[in-house]
Design a protein around this ligand. Structure first.
Ligand SMILES: [Ca+2]
Length: 80
């Protein structure tokens, strides 16, 4: 019985880690498809929203694809 509980716990932790590691694509966040991620669109990804002012270095319509990719690499990586 104890083995089953341990295996179940390990499975839950593995699935939780996998779920947290999933970062939406640029297209998934750019819901209005204007080619930029606005502050309100960024709200769907907390690690992006929390650092939005640091990331949006060009202060145009929002984050472009290169800013988004750099931001994910810097702020949204989950240690495994
Ligand atoms: Ca957009």
């Amino acid at each position: 019985m104890r083995i089953i509980q341990l295996v179940t716990l390990m499975l839950i932790l593995t699935l939780a880690t996998f779920a947290l590691a999933q970062v939406p694509s640029f297209e998934e966040l750019d819901t209005d498809a204007d080619g930029y991620i606005s502050r309100s669109e960024a709200a769907a990804l907390p690690c992006l929203a929390a650092n939005y002012d640091n990331i949006d270095t060009r202060s145009e319509q929002g984050l472009d694809r290169s800013e988004y990719q750099a931001a994910v690499a810097e702020y949204c990586q989950i240690e495994s």
